[in-house]
Design a protein around this ligand. Structure first.
Ligand code: FAD
Length: 296
């Protein structure tokens, strides 16, 4: 999979890498303190930012806001809030963005959100934004200086009629004012490379940062991947076959895979990575060390 030569990696190290971390919000004070401790542990690696997700249908609105507040007080890393427009009017959605701004947040990951539980197709709130492009346009119109990230799908969004339609949606989101895209996780780097090539061929030249799932529990990730329609290659499935979740072997295999994936992308010229931490610091820290981000 990797044909990385030592010289190439030395050159990449010299150019330098950037990482950002994604966390999900904590619902309790103890949980927030644990996330703050994690953020302090990751701070010395100089991440670009930490983003805090927004629960499906806005279900975590308050805990996202409280987690952002706690992280902002704990570390000097820029904090970014995710925001979805499902199950809320335009005004309610923009109100959350206003609260973010009052907290000093100048970076939002703007998303549509998933269909409600039990439904396969998204239905917009009658007074709500119909999709992420509409939300991005409203954020850009209200805050011209806002940094806006958006989602992209190397394996095509599950509701999209075709790869071409999905690329057109990506183009529309850049046109609406997004600064960059963060991808859904993928386990075969060829999917990201092909997606990037298709986007470039279609004249989309904005940044598309790979989202890297740091696997904590392969069997949970496999279920989650099914929901998002992110494929698991047979060779990865085979690696974990018969390996107990709590075993040392499982831990070693997850670390080996994460490092392999990141190094292979580095060999292809990737210099920025968005890491889905699953709120666990160890693998995120290991990746930072591999990418030469450790500071004395
Ligand atoms: P959109 O870009 O609006 O696209 C959704 C679908 O609608 C696509 O199939 C698109 O092709 C289609 N579409 C859009 N506009 C049109 C149009 N005008 N006409 C026809 N079709 C159209 N979810 C959360 O709930 N909270 C989070 O914090 C969160 N964080 C995420 C972070 C990342 C990095 C990623 C990749 C996803 C995240 N998600 C999150 C999941 C996301 O909300 C879902 O994938 C959702 O189903 C789509 O959101 P979107 O912003 O990509 O939607």
């Amino acid at each position: 999979m990797t044909n990385l030569s030592k010289t190439t990696f030395q050159a990449a190290l010299a150019e330098g890498f950037e990482v950002s971390f994604e966390m999900f919000p904590a619902r309790t004070e103890a949980g927030r303190q644990a996330l703050c401790a994690m953020a302090r542990r990751l701070e010395p690696f100089g991440p670009e930012y930490i983003s805090v997700t927004y629960g499906a249908g806005g279900s975590s609105r308050d805990s996202t806001i409280e987690t952002i507040k706690a992280l902002k007080a704990a570390v000097s890393i820029p904090i970014c809030g995710h925001l979805t427009c499902s199950d809320a009017s335009r005004e309610e959605t923009l109100e959350v963005a206003r609260i973010y701004r009052e907290l000093g947040i100048t970076h939002i990951v703007a998303l549509r959100g998933d269909p409600k539980a039990g439904e396969t197709v998204f239905r917009a709130h009658p007074q709500g934004f119909a999709n992420a492009a509409e939300l991005i346009a409203a954020l850009r119109g209200t805050w011209p200086d806002m940094h806006i990230s958006m989602a992209a799908y190397p394996e095509v969004h599950p509701e999209s009629p075709s790869p071409e339609a999905d690329l057109e949606n990506l183009r529309a989101k850049f046109a609406a004012g997004a600064n960059e895209a963060l991808t859904q996780f993928f386990f075969d780097n060829g999917l990201y490379r092909d997606f990037l090539a298709r986007a470039r061929a279609a004249g989309i030249d904005g940044q598309i940062v790979p989202g890297i799932m740091l696997i904590q529990d392969f069997f949970k990730v496999r279920n989650f991947a099914r929901k998002c329609q992110a494929s698991i290659p047979p060779w990865l499935e085979a690696r974990f076959a018969g390996v107990a979740m709590d075993s040392e072997e499982h831990k070693l295999l997850t670390a080996a895979y994460a490092i392999e994936q990141v190094l292979d992308l580095a060999a292809c010229g990737v210099r920025r990575f968005h890491l889905f931490t699953m709120n666990k610091p160890e693998l995120a820290e290991a990746i930072c060390r591999v990418l030469g981000l450790a500071r004395d």
